[in-house]
Write a protein that binds this ligand. Structure first.
Ligand SMILES: O=P(O)(O)OC[C@H]1O[C@](O)(CO)[C@@H](O)[C@@H]1O
Length: 533
């Protein structure tokens, strides 16, 4: 199935896609889900290429697998689990069966318990030993941090709850920096860990416990836990009334919609959190019902596959022209790379195309003054994904927002158009002449023909954030199904964890470096000489 696509790409690779871009193409190569517009006209995909990409969806049976996922079948085959984060935003409560059991009553019950607790924290009914909660510290890592941290930042204009902080790194600088800003008597610590075993999180949680124990008498009373492992939360001393559980069919990087979203709910309130869930649910409905040529997750996935597996572009840049989404690239790094960074297909065979791309990015316009040089003139092509809102939240500064939007549109236009040698010569003809003009002009050439897509929306409100996150989740699903991999396990993180556990006593100086390779032994030696143990 890849052969036809690669042959088609070889045929059109040198074409300048700008020449195809009339108003008809702009309409044809874009689609909408509710108010959200997805434009992929500035790519080299034409009608023939798109038809071949749709064939991939049919050959891989994406529609059937999508329906299996929503129906609660165990599509995470290497862990024997269903994949049902969508149930967490199934606000209407339609039954979702896992092994003949409807999981929705449990989901909705937990949601309402979270709402009760969030309201109590926000209105002071639940207080710290020094009074109303002023600060919430979420301790978690990976999916138990990136989602809520990204979303709390994204929805800052909707905050009316206590301050929220996030601690993830085992580096003591992280937790120490946060705790210094908080009063233990008015702080709520939320320990967020699906497994409740992750070493970084448990280490930080114990540090927070000790910090709080120095000031308040009942430390456990100001702790809450978000986890699937309720036996372990009990061992840690957290009362079940403040433990919010979820089931193993919610993957860590897909868990923001349930208990892991508690800090977000406390920050913006249960009503706004429900709007966020509604946005995700709306994208689910769109993904399940829209035809492929109008289906945003499918189209976003196919553009990704075209650029990575077909054209061979190894990375993609996510560039939100929306500072509220400044943590979106980091969030997507886990969502996309932990999900689709796999080299083995579901059946154990090796993947015969590249795995998912390297995802990276920064908000515009900051990136423009950092790495865009390489995007415009470097030798590698980097497909770009722009996100932009028609309106920001700072009405008094709308002129700045307009400048932001102009920059976003200018970048995709510049990437596509580029600048020819002739145009470069004309630009500097008043400054240089002869051989010097030629030399200088060459430095000012932009190859252009560089692809990008744009996701545009009216404003980043809770509903829209829900739509955006669910769009990317389903994009990952579609890409994974087409590649034939399991997007829902993460075996690749295990080896490093095992070796770190074994190295800890070595670093501390309790064990020697026998059996370690020369480089690792030398690094341990250097760090020990300089004070690590
Ligand atoms: O929520 P937990 O169990 O602490 O796990 C944190 C993160 O660690 C990982 O398992 C990878 O190390 C992620 O998938 C997960 O989001």
């Amino acid at each position: 199935m890849w052969g036809k696509l690669k042959a088609h790409h070889a045929k059109v690779a040198d074409r300048r896609f700008e020449t195809m871009l009339d108003a008809d193409r702009a309409a044809d190569f874009s689609a909408q889900a509710g108010d959200m517009l997805f434009d992929y006209a500035k790519t080299n995909i034409d009608a023939e290429g798109r038809a071949l990409l749709f064939d991939l969806l049919n050959v891989a049976e994406v529609a059937a697998k999508r329906d299996q996922m929503f129906a609660g079948q165990a599509i995470n085959e290497t862990e024997g689990r269903a994949v049902l984060h969508t149930a967490l935003r199934n606000l209407d409560g339609d039954p979702v069966l896992v092994e003949q059991r409807d999981v929705m009553p449990g989901v909705l019950d937990t949601l309402s318990r979270m709402e009760g607790f969030a309201d109590a924290v926000r209105d002071g009914t639940f207080a710290g030993q020094g009074g109303k909660i002023t600060d919430v510290v979420n301790i978690g890592i990976g999916g138990s941090d990136l989602g809520p941290a990204m979303a709390v930042k994204a929805l800052a204009p909707y905050h009316d709850g206590p301050r929220c902080h996030f601690v993830s790194n085992v580096d003591p600088a992280d937790i120490a920096g946060v705790l210094r800003q908080c009063d233990p008597a008015t702080t709520l610590v939320i320990v967020a860990s699906k497994t409740f075993t992750t070493i970084e999180t448990m280490t930080n949680a114990r540090t927070a416990q000790a910090w709080m124990g120095d000031t308040v008498t009942d430390t456990g009373a100001q702790f809450a836990a978000l986890s699937t492992a309720q036996d372990k939360t009990a061992d840690f001393g957290i009362d079940t009334s403040r433990v919010f559980g979820f089931e193993d069919w919610v993957g860590g990087r897909y868990s923001l919609w349930g208990p892991i979203g508690l800090s977000l709910m406390i920050a913006i309130g249960p009503q706004a959190f429900r709007a966020f869930l509604r946005g995700g649910q709306a994208m689910d409905t769109h993904f399940r019902n829209a035809k492929w040529d109008e289906n945003l997750p499918a189209l976003l996935a196919l553009v990704g596959i075209w650029h990575n597996q077909v054209c061979g572009y190894a990375t993609r840049a996510v560039l939100p022209y929306d500072n509220l989404l400044s943590r979106l690239p980091a969030y997507l790094q886990q969502l996309e790379m932990e999900s689709n960074g796999k080299g083995v297909c579901m059946d154990g065979a090796g993947l015969d195309v590249q795995s998912g791309p390297v995802v990276w990015g920064e908000p515009g316009t900051n990136g423009q003054h950092a790495f865009y040089q390489l995007i415009h003139q470097g030798t590698r092509v980097i497909p770009c994904e722009f996100l932009v809102a028609a309106r920001g939240h700072e009405d008094d500064l709308h002129h700045q927002h307009q400048l932001l939007v102009a920059n976003c549109l200018a970048q995709s236009e510049a990437l596509m158009r580029g600048r020819t040698l002739d145009e470069a010569r004309v630009k500097i003809a008043d400054k240089f002449s002869g051989a010097e003009l030629e030399r200088q002009a060459k430095h000012r050439v932009f190859p252009g023909n560089r692809p990008s897509v744009t996701i545009a929306y009216p404003q980043l409100d809770p509903f829209m954030l829900g739509q955006i996150i669910a769009l990317y989740e389903h994009r990952v699903f579609v890409e994974g199904v087409v590649l034939g991999i399991n997007s829902y396990d993460q075996w690749g993180v295990e080896l490093g964890k095992e070796l770190a556990t074994a190295l800890q006593p070595v670093v501390e100086g309790h064990e020697g470096t026998d059996g370690k390779d020369g480089s690792t032994a030398a690094l341990v030696g250097y760090l020990q000489q300089n004070g690590v143990s």
